[in-house]
Every structure is written in C-alpha cells, then in structure tokens.
Design a protein around this ligand. Structure first.
Ligand code: ZN
Length: 221
C-alpha cells in the first residue's frame, strides 16, 4: 500500500479543485500530531506552490516521519490569475475566523464580508479540524524569513538553523483574520510562516528551504 494519496479538500470560488497530498509515516515512526503545509494562499506568490510541489515529489521516495498533508495551492484561482486575492477579491490571509476578524479594511486588504465566508479558507480550516493538525506551516514569498506564532518558537529556531534565515515573532503590525492569529496566537498551535525567496536565479533558495521543510515533517537529511 502506498504511503501517499492525493485528494481534493474543497473547491475554489470558480469551482476548481483544491488538491492535497497526504503522506502516512512508516509504521516504525514515533506517533506525532499531524502537520499541514500549504502554499499559494496569496496567488501572486507562485514560488510557494512550486516549493511545496517539489517537497511532495521528494516525499514519494522517502516518506516523512509524521502524518503530513501538503496543499501546494490553496488559492488556485488567484495563482492562475496572478492576483494576491481570490476570485472574490478577498485576501484569504485576512479571512480566517480569529476573534479579531472585522470588516474594517486596511488599504489593500479585503477580509471578506464575513469570517471564513470564502471556500478556500473553509477548505483549509476544515482539514485542520478533521485531521487534528497541530503543526501548521504556511509558505509565502519572498523575504527569506521564518516567522512564528503560538507554540512555533522552537520549531522556527530549528528551521532557521537549517535555512539560515532570521527568525521573527510578529510582522510588526496587527493581522486580524490572518492564519497565524487564529491558529497560533488564539489556539496556541505550532504555526510557522516561511518566507521563501524566488527560485528563478539558482537552486540556492530551494536548497535552503528544502532542509527546513524536511525538518518540519521529521525527515532530517
Ligand atoms: Zn503572502
């Protein structure tokens, strides 16, 4: 039986499937809470999708040491259109149901008409609930940085050791409705935001992030 299966966890505003790859660890692995890694929540950061597709390809050869879910492209419509927001022009990373969610809009950030009213946000939130994930890795672009929320400090430091990026606790401004606020600040889960560099120039960015991402899924080099 394969340790890898592909499934659809929801649909976008325009009806496109949101795909996940699920890896089950080898039977000898120590049981640990599931991890979810996702990219492309901002459609203008396609490198985050590429990064996680490459990771998922590598895990075919050697499974991760913990139950792992990879969603390379959450905002499929935005990725195809090259826009940060989804097809309803909502910033999905302001649409999560944190206590601080509100309709007040900072310039450039549309949180939606109601918390988690967007299908892409719902798909990700439902998966987190269903599998009981406690380690959540959001890949964004393009600053070369490891940001943490909630219980993520130790993991952020371990990842930073491997990729050589600085560790940051918060982004320096409040983020109502952000993923990190809901799951890290409010629920106390292990939340990491990895800011990946562009991969166009050379393989350096992949090499850096690869070792950090493999560490997250208990697959050290
Ligand atoms: Zn982003």
């Amino acid at each position: 039986m394969s340790h890898r299966r592909e499934l659809v966890i929801g649909q976008t505003v325009l009806g496109r499937p949101i795909e996940a790859v699920h890896f089950t660890p080898p039977s000898y692995a120590k049981p640990r809470p599931p991890a979810i890694l996702f990219g492309g929540i901002h459609g203008d950061e396609p490198v985050s999708q590429l990064m996680l597709e490459r990771l998922a390809d590598e895990l075919i050869e050697r499974p991760p040491g913990r139950d792992t879910w990879i969603i390379p492209a959450v905002n499929v419509d935005g990725l195809l259109a090259g826009t940060r927001n989804n097809a309803n022009d909502v910033d999905l990373n302001r649409n999560f149901a944190s206590r601080s969610w509100g309709t007040q809009r900072r310039p450039g950030y549309n949180p939606g008409d109601a918390a988690e009213d967007q299908p892409e946000t719902q798909a990700l939130s439902n998966l987190i609930e269903q599998v009981g994930a406690q380690r959540l890795i959001a890949v964004h672009a393009t600053y070369r940085m490891v940001n943490w929320d909630g219980a993520g400090e130790q993991l952020a430091k371990e990842m930073a050791e491997r990729c050589g990026y600085p560790v940051e606790h918060d982004m320096g401004y409040p983020c109502p409705g952000s993923f990190g606020t809901k799951y890290g600040v409010e629920r106390g889960l292990e939340v990491i935001t990895l800011e990946s560099p562009y991969l166009l120039a050379d393989e350096r960015g992949w090499d850096e992030c690869r070792t950090a991402l493999r560490w997250c899924v208990d697959l050290p080099d």
